[in-house]
Ligand binder design. Sequence first.
Ligand code: PFF
Length: 459
Amino acid sequence: METKNGISSASSRGAWGSKIAFIFAASGSAIGLGNMWRFPLNVAKNGGAVFVITYLVAVFFIGFTIMLAEMTLGRHTQKNPVGVFETIKPRTPWKLVGFTAIVTCVCILSYYGVVAGWAAGYFFKIITGSFKGDVTWEASAETFLQFAKNPMAVFLCLFVIVGITVFVISKGVKGGIEKFAKLLMPLLFILIIFLAVRAVTLPAAETGLSFYLKPDFSKFDIEVLFFAVGQAFFSMSLGMGILLTYGSYISKRDNLVSSAGWVCFSDTMVALLTGIIIFPTLFATPGFDPKGFEVSTGLMFQVFPIIISKVPGGFVFGMIFFFLLLVAALTSTVSLLEVPVSYFIDEKKWSRKKAALLAGIFIFLLGIPSALSEGGVPLFTKWGFMGKMDLIFGNIMLAVGALFICIFLVYIWKVKNAIKEISQGNPRFKLGPFWVFNIKVLAPLAIIAILIFLIKDIL
Ligand code: PFF
């Protein structure tokens, strides 16, 4: 049902049952391998604590701003990413931003699926008893290497992940995985806190903690800022239409600002706590040499078996932990696949099953070079295929998407309309001046500066 300005009424589409339902669903998309695999990797590669601080600043000033912008556009138009632009500025190239978001989701899912596959493989390894007794650094690193460079194992794991994602999406998201996630995500949170407490009580945990929490500002440069902003976008699922879509199901009575705040908070807490597990464990592990250490893509897969071997009942803990990690990854893969699938259903009139299956096959094939890039095939390894995909789609394209969202909101839709939308459900929008300044000035300038730097660096 459409009203005269092309905006459909809430009753004709789905809607979240409550504000909490939205917060859970958006956190389910946000919390995943980005927090537990990619965040520590970025910290390790980009100067430790100085990255953590830059990341927090990026979340507060830029991530939150873009998240609220996406939710506001989504709730106002109640449309999918392409529809948002078509509704406000019909028949213009603006809808290309929606298309770019779809391509970005597909490309991210192709390598994200590989890492989620590693989590599935590790779950299987733990149940079959691969990590018994006190796990050493060398043994853990070797296990990861052998696993990641075995093409049959990684293909099979990627196939399982894409298969489950296609299955869930072809059934519709709401009933299955989200109910499951609502139940299991709090458990993951509790388990992470438990492991973090164990990690900081390891002997010699301080070196790791100080690498993670004591900043050395001489290590700060624009590259750190670039990766911090990119990490914030990736982790919070921004710049690719997810929050536009999820925002489109929010009730007009709900407070968008506090909802966005809760999603930012829970996502950031999971990332920060994961760091508290990884770095003290890494530095406290006998055989670990910080000087000769090269950060491997499999950092978290090398570190978690070690900390798990150090808690009483580590086998059971390990099993539950990797199972929950898998669930967290699947709630994210599902949200990534839903974007292209909803496009094919809405615009090409494909059935949900056909869209999910064809997209799944394409994503599996696209994932093969990433699956082989950790030692499976020298060409892909040398070229660092997965790293390149992550740089282009997981950093640059998200930043570009977010920049266009800022420009569209400020110059096409206009800030006063956004404020009007936000004020529904939040009549005294206290953060108004802060948000307006960020969306008009700070966020676009920061993103432009970073992109210019990056392009100059590549050329
Ligand atoms: N935010 C998810 C994570 O941190 O693992 C990854 C992700 C999910 C990125 C969905 C993008 C997205 F659309």
